[in-house]
Design a protein around this ligand. Structure first.
Ligand SMILES: Cc1c2[nH]c(c1CCC(=O)O)Cc1[nH]c(c(CCC(=O)O)c1C)Cc1[nH]c(c(CCC(=O)O)c1C)Cc1[nH]c(c(C)c1CCC(=O)O)C2
Length: 371
């Protein structure tokens, strides 16, 4: 068991807006809280200005820059966003596990030596991961961001889901066919599960230490969930997502944090798993835009708070269209006064107009406050 970095939470300013925490707990709220996956990043001119051509992971590792980028959308959309999410990436876990990951401009992540052989995989299994040491920069960025936020909104910590990280580690980057990841789970399910377990152990420690550093709510991004069949999701994703939800509170208690930290899971594309995800130990289940909110609410039956799920592509439309889709979303989730957090069904795109996103947020506030 590693030690904790010492961060005195009393030095953090009191939270002025706890709407998302209340909604995650299932309380009745005055309007649905709003935030957007990838709300920091390439669609914002101020992101490019601060990044200034630097390497992506270098910007993540610089606490000053990462905190500035995290706060940019909160500043630009003053009063419209109800959470910040730390500027980092899901691929920092594979890095902490000893793998090299580069971010290639215009192409996305690239692993020069993906896991293709048993001996390569065993090297990662045997690698002793010191989460506090390998990811110290991430914790430093969280602590600094939390201070700079001055209690305006809660700060999200996050990590990748184990299956999604296995995909990147074996494919070596984004993929269309998932040939190598599918080869691993279908040829060597035993070894695949060992890797998933190792990633899970690192994820539990990483998420818990993010809370020690100052994160107030956590999200697990199982972005490639929908590439698994229903059967395989039950075997290669769900058990590890469940473990994360049950072990993070245990680890937090060991680390002296007794307050309940809301946990969010986003398993993109795994529509067949909604019922099970509502019982997986998370407070919030995030939905992609393929869901009809009414149908999702029917299945959920009030067990968790649902997050989502506007098609991000609506941002390319007219204001009238945005209004119409926001109305449908909020009324679909029952009016937004309970068990709903507004979000997109996936992240922003680099081509989006920041003013459309402002309009979207304003409409969510207006429509979500009605009645
Ligand atoms: C799959 C995944 C990744 N990273 C992430 C996921 C899960 C969410 C999802 O499904 O989209 C998570 C992530 N990545 C980033 C954040 C920051 C916080 C935020 O949401 O604002 C978060 C939460 C920044 C980023 N992560 C990345 C950027 C772009 C970096 C740049 O070129 O400036 C940002 C702002 C790079 C990245 N990182 C990843 C990819 C595939 C890419 C390339 C994306 C692309 O080209 O569109 C892996």
């Amino acid at each position: 068991m590693g030690l904790a970095r010492f961060v005195d939470h009393k030095e953090f300013a009191p939270l002025k807006n706890d709407l998302i925490l209340r909604a995650a707990r299932g309380e009745k709220v005055e309007r649905p809280p709003c935030w957007i996956m990838r709300q920091a990043g390439r669609y914002l001119p101020e992101y490019h200005e601060v990044k200034n051509g630097r390497d992506f992971f270098e910007t993540c590792r610089d606490a000053e820059i990462a905190s500035e980028i995290t706060i940019q959308p909160v500043r630009r959309y003053a009063g419209l966003l109800d959470a910040a999410i730390i500027f980092s990436d899901i691929l920092v876990i594979p890095q902490a596990m000893g793998m090299k990951v580069e971010m290639v401009d215009g192409k996305g992540p690239h692993f020069p030596t993906p896991l293709r052989t048993e001996s390569e995989l065993r090297t990662v299994l045997e690698y002793e991961v010191d989460v506090l040491k390998e990811l110290d920069w991430a914790f430093e960025a969280i602590t600094l961001t939390r201070k700079k936020l001055e209690g305006q909104v809660p700060l999200f910590g996050f990590c990748g889901g184990p299956w999604t990280l296995l995909v990147y580690m074996t494919e070596g980057g984004g993929s269309r066919l998932f040939r190598f990841a599918k080869e691993w789970i279908n040829k060597r399910p035993d070894l695949s599960k060992k890797l998933l377990q190792k990633i899970t152990d690192v994820a539990v420690e990483f998420l818990s230490q993010q809370v020690v550093a100052g994160a107030q709510i956590l999200q697990v991004f199982e972005s490639w969930g929908g590439e698994l069949s229903c059967d395989d999701f039950d075997e290669f994703s769900l058990p590890y997502l469940r473990q994360i939800a049950s072990k993070v509170p245990q680890r937090l208690a060991e680390l002296g944090i007794t307050e309940k930290i809301p946990l969010v899971v986003f398993a993109k594309g795994s529509w067949y798993a909604l019922d099970k995800l509502c019982d997986a130990g998370y407070d919030v289940v995030s939905l992609d835009w393929l869901w009809d909110p009414k149908e999702a609410c029917r299945i959920n039956h009030g067990r968790v708070t649902l997050q989502g799920n506007l098609d991000p592509g609506v941002m390319y439309g007219t204001n009238e269209m945005i209004t119409k889709k926001v109305e449908r979303m909020i009324s679909g989730f029952g009016g937004g006064k309970q068990r709903h957090i507004v979000n997109f069904g996936h992240g922003t795109h680099p081509f989006m107009d920041p003013e459309k996103i402002r309009f979207f947020l304003e409409e969510c506030h207006r429509i979500g406050s009605e009645k």
